[in-house]
Structure formats: C-alpha cells, structure tokens
Ligand binder design. Structure first.
Ligand SMILES: C[S@@+](CC[C@H](N)C(=O)[O-])C[C@H]1O[C@@H](n2cnc3c(N)ncnc32)[C@H](O)[C@@H]1O
Length: 119
C-alpha cells in the first residue's frame, strides 16, 4: 500500500478530473441521461431502502437523482478529487462525501450496497 507509483497515479487521476467538464465525467449529462443512469443503477442494486455508497461519485449528480427517485435510500459518496467532492456535497446536503482515495476508505457506517458507475 502507498508505493511511489501508486501515489503518482493517484495524483494524475486528480489532475485529470480536477478540471474535467461534465461530459468528460460521464459522456452525456443531460437531465434525461442522468435519470437513465440513476434508473440503471437502481435496477442493478435491487434495493428499496437502506444505505448505499457511490465509489468515485464525481460531482454527485447521479447520487442526487437516485435520491430524488428513491428518498428512502440514504446515499454517501467517496471521491478523490476535491473540487468534485465539494460539488457533490452541495448537491447532496444529506450525504456524507468522503474526499479521499476509495482504496483507503474506512467508515464506521455499514452499507447495504456499494457501487461504482463509469469509474
Ligand atoms: C469517469 S468519473 C465518473 C464520475 C461519476 N461516477 C459519474 O458517473 O458521474 C470517475 C470518478 O472517479 C474518481 N476516482 C478515480 N479514482 C478514484 C479513487 N481511487 N478513489 C476515489 N475516487 C476516484 C475520479 O476523480 C472521477 O471523479
């Protein structure tokens, strides 16, 4: 854990995403596309209530839509890039957003599902 190469790669990922546009994050970012992604994830997760975690949540727009579709779900995110984590926090005030490398995430919370989309 924490080798020099691993550290360098993480820095490159941050640099890449720090100034990324919405379309670089996920291809299509129209409200209809975001809704489709959220519906797709919910279908895969097969869960109607409980706590879920989005790994590499980006700007949190998909989290926000999942929450709108199903307010019974409590959703947190982990995101490496700080500017994106900040946007995710603004869009998802009820969620906890961990701004860190997911590999090192330790949370006392237990999650019923953990997922990643377009990671
Ligand atoms: C292609 S974007 C997708 C963002 C979001 N899932 C979406 O679909 O809108 C991938 C995201 O994963 C984040 N990421 C990459 N490696 C990560 C890691 N090791 N830990 C946490 N986040 C990471 C990036 O910063 C970026 O925001």
């Amino acid at each position: 854990m924490g080798s020099k190469n691993e550290f360098a790669n993480v820095e490159k990922i941050k640099e890449h995403f720090e100034n990324s546009t919405e379309n670089q994050l996920r291809g299509n970012s129209t409200p209809a596309a975001i809704n489709n992604y959220a519906q797709f994830i919910l279908e895969k997760l097969q869960i109607s209530e409980g706590r879920i975690l989005d790994v590499g949540c980006g700007d949190g727009r998909i989290m926000e839509q999942i929450q709108k579709i199903n307010p019974k779900l409590s959703i947190d995110g982990v995101e490496l890039t700080s500017s994106l984590s900040n946007t995710a926090r603004l869009l998802n005030p009820k969620s906890e957003i961990f701004n860190q490398n997911a590999i090192n995430l330790y949370s006392k919370k237990k999650y019923d599902r953990i997922f990643s989309f377009s990671f």
